[in-house]
Ligand binder design. Structure first.
Ligand SMILES: [Zn+2]
Length: 193
């Protein structure tokens, strides 16, 4: 039997219509080699930073396991690793907010409904049990990434595809950058997941 080849560089992020984005991922097996797991996580972290995102799920890099990274919208934050996550509670209070997806470049929506608070149980990067209660932005990232594990995209959560918007064109972005150099007020870039 051949050994799994181990990934040592950034993992490419799949875009639709890649089939792995629409499949339900499997639990990461207990007997996984620690080096294999570490190597996948390192590749995903590299991909996440390269793309400037705030979350990345294994199916987005073509790996059909229930594993995702999520982080706060803070340049100093480091990503949390959640393996085989389960939501044990979700607030009934729902809020519509902005989401874009690294696997659906060029689009976003400000009308993606999500629970404001979620409680999750998972394993961390060394397969120890962890629990988090996350709110607002991070709760949104968790729900977006968790959906990827079930083959669900944020566009599936919209009431209508008319709620989907195109990001600015390259020319518009370039013009804004130039304007920004000439003392435009600070605008925070909106990261994808
Ligand atoms: Zn996504």
């Amino acid at each position: 039997m051949q050994h799994l080849s181990i990934v040592t560089a950034s993992l490419d992020i799949a875009n639709l219509p890649s089939i792995c984005l629409r499949q339900k991922a499997q639990d990461v097996p207990d007997e996984i080699f620690p080096e294999t797991l570490r190597s996948i996580i390192e590749g995903m972290v590299f991909s996440l930073y390269s793309a400037g995102g705030v979350g990345l799920a294994a199916p987005q890099v073509g790996i059909g396991w229930r594993l995702f990274l999520a982080m706060e919208r803070d340049p100093n934050a480091s990503p949390m690793v959640l393996i085989n996550p389960k939501f044990v509670d979700m607030s009934e209070e729902i809020e519509e907010g902005r989401e874009g997806c690294l696997s659906l470049p060029g689009y976003f929506s400000t009308k993606v409904p999500r629970s404001k608070v979620v409680k999750v149980e998972a394993l961390n990067q060394v397969l120890e049990p962890v629990q988090f209660e996350v709110h607002d932005f991070l709760a949104r990232v968790f729900q977006h990434e968790y959906d990827h594990l079930d083959g669900i995209l944020y566009t599936d959560r919209l009431k209508s595809l008319e709620d989907l918007e195109a990001t600015r064109s390259a020319e518009e972005r370039a013009r804004e950058t130039i304007e920004h150099l000439y003392a435009r007020p600070e605008t925070t870039p909106q990261p994808d997941m």
